[in-house]
Design a protein around this ligand. Structure first.
Ligand code: SAM
Length: 452
């Protein structure tokens, strides 16, 4: 059977989609190639959030066509995901070496389309249609990550699409309307993962806090999302639950209170704020104010002062003044984020912000990006320093990515801890004493590992 190599751009949802496609292909008899150079099929799973991500994938495909296809004309090349969805047939018109374009509601059809191409019944396939029920088709897992051992953590896709229509964002157009899976279906998937040795599950969606909004009635003041957390929490053998990304407006008291009530729900939250300026939050169509955002953080820290909080911030949104930007800096100082992903605003086609007056020059975006990054690094370093000398619980995931002779685990608040351990620690929850803090990494003292 042919071998397949999938390269993924963008967010964790894209990583998860690629993993499910890979698992579906393996189930049909395809093998996974170790590199594009030896693969019979190369698929690029794309991201459209910023123009740079799209250009990267297009550049990569041009290279594949020039370097691989030229020597091995039988190799099949394809695009999947967000850019495939938004550009469709255009991609083949622009890059005639491309054989396959698979949209965001069609990942699960990949294996069938490849079968058709190899059987010679089709030469080119473009499928970017909507498909009812496709949100439940991202189910299969590989679970061996990039290391030889079994995965201890897994991502579970609970919904697809987004109805928020932030003015900067292309996602509602590439991922479609919000569609949630059924709770029993998600729980069954999680249960199966735990049966295969998974200890920590991250629930994934564009805006997970909107889960089940249309189909699951609020029960005893608890939203569909909180009901899902409760159902997953019941699974024996599961140790930790995370989720990403929530929307600030989804942080009702039911969710805040869930952190106190559900011990497996770890004290960690990635809550995209985007800006510290009310004027910009309104122009972005975010649906909350700076004060409301700060109120949520305060409530979460009241429930657990050790709550690890990270965020996404956009700099250089159209019309952002120096004063608006300083409000973002002051918000970052006030919240003291553990870390923040900073994005330079990138105009996206068909989004309202792309046509707003006051588009900012690249130099201004670069300069603000650098200033905010410096502040985020400074605050992050201070946070990480506070762990030194403390004992903390980690879940050991496997060898450290940077230094594979050491092991790595994660604290409940989502900080990486590297320590001298061995394979037998994989999957263990254990206490380590933090001896040193590096850049967004902690180091545990092996002498004080509690081996139980
Ligand atoms: N669910 C998230 C939320 O609540 O906003 C959105 C996930 S999006 C894939 C990841 C991040 O990309 C966003 O939070 C935003 O900061 C950034 N982003 C989205 N559109 C962007 C654009 N046009 N330019 C720059 N950054 C953008």
């Amino acid at each position: 059977m042919p071998s397949v190599y999938i390269k993924t751009y963008g967010c964790q949802m894209n990583e998860r989609d690629s993993e499910a496609v890979a698992a579906q292909l393996v189930a049909k008899g395809y093998t996974l190639a170790s590199s594009e150079a030896v693969a019979d099929v190369v698929l690029l799973n794309t991201c459209s959030v910023r123009d740079a991500a799209e250009q990267k994938a297009i550049g990569k495909m041009q290279n594949l066509a020039a370097e691989i296809r030229r020597n091995r004309p039988e190799v099949v090349l394809g695009f999947m995901g967000c850019m495939a969805q938004s550009r469709g047939q255009q991609l083949i018109d622009q890059l005639p070496d491309v054989d396959l374009v698979i949209g965001t509601q069609k990942f699960h059809r990949t294996a069938d389309y490849l079968d058709d191409i190899f059987a010679g019944t089709r030469t080119k396939v473009v499928d970017v249609d909507e498909e009812q029920g496709s949100e439940a088709a991202i189910r299969e897992h590989i679970l061996n990550g990039n290391t030889a051992g079994k995965s201890v953590t897994a991502f579970v896709s609970i919904m697809q699409g987004c109805n928020q229509y932030c003015t900067f964002c292309i996602v509602p157009y590439t991922r479609g309307e919000e569609r949630s899976r059924a709770i029993p279906d998600i729980v069954a998937e999680c249960r199966e993962l735990v049966g295969r040795g998974v200890k920590e599950i991250t629930l994934l969606g564009q805006i997970v806090t909107s889960f089940g909004k249309r189909d699951i009635p609020v029960k005893d003041g608890r939203s569909g999302f909180v009901q899902l957390l409760e159902a997953v929490h019941e699974i024996d053998g599961l140790e930790r639950i995370r989720f990403t990304s929530p929307h600030p407006k989804g942080y009702g008291d039911d969710l805040v209170e869930a952190y106190a009530r559900l011990p497996k729900l770890v004290e960690s939250a990635h809550i995209p704020v985007q800006s510290g300026s009310d004027r910009l939050l309104k122009a972005m169509h975010r649906g909350y104010t700076r004060e409301r955002y700060l109120g949520i953080i305060e409530k979460l820290r009241r429930v657990n002062p050790g709550m690890g909080i990270t965020t996404d911030i956009i700099v250089g949104f159209p019309g952002e003044t120096e004063m608006d930007f300083e409000e973002t800096l002051s918000l970052a100082r006030e919240v003291e984020f553990d870390n923040a992903y900073i994005f330079k605003y990138s105009p996206r086609r068909d989004t309202p912000a792309a046509d707003l007056p006051g588009q900012l020059p690249q130099e201004v975006k670069e300069e603000r990006n650098a200033r905010l990054l410096e502040l985020v690094n400074e605050i992050g370093a201070h946070h990480y320093e506070k762990y030194v000398g403390r004992q903390t619980q980690i879940l050991v995931e496997g060898p450290s990515k940077r230094n594979s002779i050491r092991m790595m685990g994660r604290t409940r608040s989502n900080k990486i801890v590297v320590f001298d351990g061995s394979e037998r620690h994989r999957g263990q929850l254990m206490d380590v004493k933090i001896s040193r803090a590096g850049s967004f990494t902690l180091y545990g003292d092996p002498a004080i590992i509690n081996l139980e």
